[in-house]
Design a protein around this ligand. Sequence first.
Ligand code: ZN
Length: 50
Amino acid sequence: MRATLVIKLFRKYSKCPDCGKDIVKYEVKDDTCNLWCECGWEIECNEKDY
Ligand SMILES: [Zn+2]
């Protein structure tokens, strides 16, 4: 995934939309970026969607 897009996603999801806490874990792959919160919220962003 493009670095510029990763930065954009980190800004957008710096806090969990469900509980407001900081994101605890993230994983960046070639085409996708996953983000997790300790409350169980998670998202997978695909480069194709942005
Ligand atoms: Zn949360």
